[in-house]
Design a protein. Structure first.
Length: 302
């Protein structure tokens, strides 16, 4: 089917010629100002006699130093300011005591308005929710590519948190698990943080189970009836999900677990080794879902 959408980049994106300009396009002034305001507020809430009075420029400097530390590793933070092992551009950007004070009071939301966990409308990501929403809005300024994928990504951390996950097959095995919709370029258009098995559905959306609902939520960003191609693995795939996406004009393909195929008539492993491949079609409310299985050394089902 012919792709009816458009992946043409707007001029404002094409004019981003340096990594810093790309970063600033996504990490915008309103994010910087939000962090400034919430950090100043929390410093007063913590100790009214010691307000930090941080500026937007200091927030940018703090982010830059932290970003540098994530690339150039030293045993501890204070070493970056040392004369022997540290870096002059860090010492010249911000004093160590100021950096440490900012780390102590850095905030992204108003603690006084946070509902206790377990109460109705409480949010386990309340402390960073404004940042997530603003980043997703900025990521979405780039037009979607024709071919898209939903998958997990790890945001590695050594911090102690009930939300930290272990994924042994990922390069970074411990961290916060993100669900991301990406293009073939690797650009992420939207993400959500895993906080447990959630079945959140909007009005008009079907209840497909926690895994398939992740795809439904992230696919809200895809324009309907434009024949975008969406790919995912067997963690997400189900026939009701394929059917739902088809009715929205989204062409979907994913590996699938055998127990998610109704009336599965595909051959078992022994027979498949002889036949090398097999097909099955399921008719679902005016659409046909085809299942294809082959043996290139191990069973693969699409």
């Amino acid at each position: 089917m012919r792709f009816r959408g458009s992946s043409k980049l707007p001029n404002e994106t094409l004019e981003l010629k340096t990594p810093y300009r790309v970063f600033s396009y996504l990490f915008t002034d309103d994010i910087v100002n939000l962090i400034r305001d919430e950090t100043n507020l929390y410093s007063v809430q913590k100790d009214a006699s010691k307000p930090i009075n941080v500026t937007s420029q200091e927030i940018r400097q703090f982010v830059g130093i932290t970003y540098f530390m994530s690339i150039v590793h030293l045993p501890n933070v204070r070493m970056y300011w040392s004369e022997k092992y540290g870096y002059a551009h860090i010492r010249e950007t911000m004093p160590l005591k100021r950096f440490e004070f900012m780390r102590q009071v850095l905030h992204f939301n108003d603690n006084s308005k946070m509902l206790p966990y377990g109460q109705p409308n409480s949010d386990r990501l309340y402390k960073i929710r404004p940042i997530i929403e603003k980043l997703n809005r900025n990521f979405g300024k780039v037009p979607l590519e024709q071919h898209l994928s939903v998958d997990e990504q790890m945001c590695s951390t050594k911090a102690r948190s009930a939300l930290k996950q272990y994924l042994p097959d990922k390069p970074h095995k411990w961290g916060f698990k993100l669900f991301v919709i990406c293009g073939v370029s690797g650009y992420g258009y939207k993400f959500e943080v895993y906080i447990g098995q959630e079945n959140i559905c909007a009005d008009g959306e079907p209840q497909l189970g926690a895994a398939s609902n992740v795809v439904v939520r992230l696919a809200r960003e895809i324009p309907v009836n434009q024949n975008y191609r969406l790919f995912f693995d067997n963690y997400y795939t189900s026939l009701p999900l394929i059917e739902f996406l088809s009715h929205r004009g989204i062409l979907a393909l994913g590996t699938v677990r055998r127990n998610r195929i109704p009336n599965c008539k595909l051959p078992d492993e022994k027979q498949l080794k002889k036949d090398r491949e097999a097909r099955q079609s399921n008719r679902l409310q005016a659409i046909t879902v085809s299942t294809y299985q082959w043996w290139p050394g191990e069973i693969i089902k699409l």
